[in-house]
Design a protein around this ligand. Structure first.
Ligand code: MN
Length: 476
């Protein structure tokens, strides 16, 4: 979806001119070895770039300035191999605009009890050198992630990998464009909010285009493109008989393909990363986009129904974080409950727009009436979401601040038959329990729209909240 390898994290090691040239050469060698090891890790999806050891306030300020200016640098990792007096770092940290990860590691994993001497003690000081640095970070109230462990420790590497994906997301959100086709659904509160404050906080812009602008793109789609997209539908999904070529509603499938291609061209032409629409504003469209929005999400675009630009932007954000990982992320809505005390769970769905990346099973392409909106029956993908650990993520605007709410859930295997349900569906159990999970969600002011993620963990959302200085409520 996006090329994570084009992004860089800089590995910056701090020291000072106290120990002599021989020691500093060792510091440089060790840092290079660690940076190279991280760069070659299969787990870390970005490049980790070694930077020569910084020893003076001038060098520190220069590297922070350079990181700010390098567009593809999404963050810096700092480590103090020796002591590096932290007043040297004040000016650099004051101007640093990129996310910071403080790696509290040391070159040697173990203490070499038989060989340890004063040379070793002069070289290997991170246990106290990193404390001097971290004290300064705290004193300056600098947001950062702290990762503790030997640099070959898989847990430490995983934490760096998570942070690097979130750092790429932050970089991508700077300048990301969210388009709204029409306004949000009339009278709905949670899908609305302060778009200016959101741009100041996250960097993405939200602007409206009348749906007529989209309709022009839909009308301009060529028959040849429609034909090849329908071939793709045929090879990817099991089509209902009525929408197959020659079926009574084949014309509706043609129209759905036309709409999908119109949306795709509009987003590509305008450089948009996410969009919203609403069934209340479809002038000139014959169907509410169903399969089109589902497939745009699967391609990595953000989507939110009923004008929900915050959830749309968050779908895009989580899609970026999860780029290349197994499993899916989707726009989601808590639809209805199973209050059976022996097996309580939530049925998640939407009237159409659930992303098919949530399913590793069969995906059907169907047509059914929608019941609202007064348009022709929309074509949609229908499937069962996969089981497994997951989470629901909601970003809400509380008026004076944004709040990120996360409910950890357990996705349940769908074994029931739903012969009359015309939508994709997911079943999950909220943690820590059905009642407590729902109660805390309501108390926290969580939205009815969420991003449902199968392949990201709480750590991603913790890093996201830290990087954007967001209030975070975790339920689970
Ligand atoms: Mn909805």
């Amino acid at each position: 979806m996006i090329d994570l390898k084009k992004y860089e994290i800089w590995f910056v090691t701090g020291s000072q001119h106290l120990y002599g040239e021989a020691t500093l050469r060792k510091v440089d060698e060790h840092s290079f070895e660690i940076a190279s090891f991280l760069n070659n890790s299969d787990n870390i999806p970005v490049q980790v770039i070694f930077k020569p050891v910084v020893k003076t306030p001038e060098e520190i300020t220069a590297i922070c300035l350079a990181a700010n200016e390098q567009k593809n640098c999404v963050g810096i990792i700092t480590w103090m191999h020796t002591f590096s007096p932290a007043k040297m770092w004040i000016n650099g940290l004051t101007i640093l605009q990129k996310p910071l990860l403080h790696l509290h590691t040391q070159y040697n994993r173990d203490i070499p009890f038989a060989e340890i001497d004063m040379d070793f003690m002069n070289l290997n000081q991170s246990a106290h050198g990193d404390r001097e640095f971290a004290h300064m970070l705290t004193k300056m109230n600098i947001k950062r992630k702290t990762v503790v462990g030997h640099w070959q420790d898989p847990e430490a590497i995983e934490s760096i990998a998570v942070w690097s994906r979130v750092a790429v997301t932050k970089r991508e959100m700077q300048g990301m464009k969210v388009v709204r086709f029409g306004d949000n659904m009339r009278e709905v509160a949670v899908t609305d909010g302060d778009k200016v404050a959101a741009q100041m906080k996250f960097g993405f812009s939200v602007n409206t285009h009348p749906v007529g602008d989209l309709v022009q793109y839909i009308h301009a789609v060529s028959d040849a493109h429609i034909k090849s997209l329908i071939e793709e539908y045929n090879s990817s999904y099991t089509l209902m008989d009525s929408i197959k070529n020659g079926g009574s509603k084949y014309d509706s499938l043609v129209e759905a393909a036309r709409i999908e291609l119109g949306i795709k061209t509009f987003l590509e032409t305008g450089g948009f990363g996410a969009y919203t629409n609403t069934f209340e504003d479809l002038h000139g469209m014959r169907q509410l986009p169903g399969i089109g929005s589902q497939r745009m999400m699967a391609a990595g675009y953000g989507y939110g129904g009923e004008g929900d630009w915050k959830t749309s932007a968050m779908v895009r954000a989580l899609k970026i974080m999860a780029s290349g990982l197994k499993g899916g992320n989707s726009f989601m809505e808590d639809y209805t409950y199973h209050f059976d005390p022996t097996n309580p769970m939530v049925l998640g769905s939407h009237m159409l727009e659930i992303c098919p990346t949530l399913s590793s099973g069969e995906v059907n392409c169907e047509i059914h009436p929608l019941g609202i909106g007064g348009k022709e029956d929309p074509v949609r993908l229908v499937f069962n979401g996969d089981p497994g650990p997951a989470m629901n993520v909601s970003l809400v605007d509380l008026g004076d601040r944004f709040r990120l709410i996360v409910n950890l859930v357990e996705g349940v295997e769908v074994t029931q038959q739903f012969p009359k349900l015309p939508t994709a569906r997911v079943l999950w159990k909220p943690l820590p329990s059905m009642k407590e999970g729902l109660k805390q969600w309501l108390q926290a002011g969580g939205a009815h729209h969420t991003v449902y993620s199968q392949n990201l963990t709480l750590e991603y959302m913790e890093d996201f909240a830290e990087m954007f200085d967001l209030e975070l409520v975790v339920i689970g």
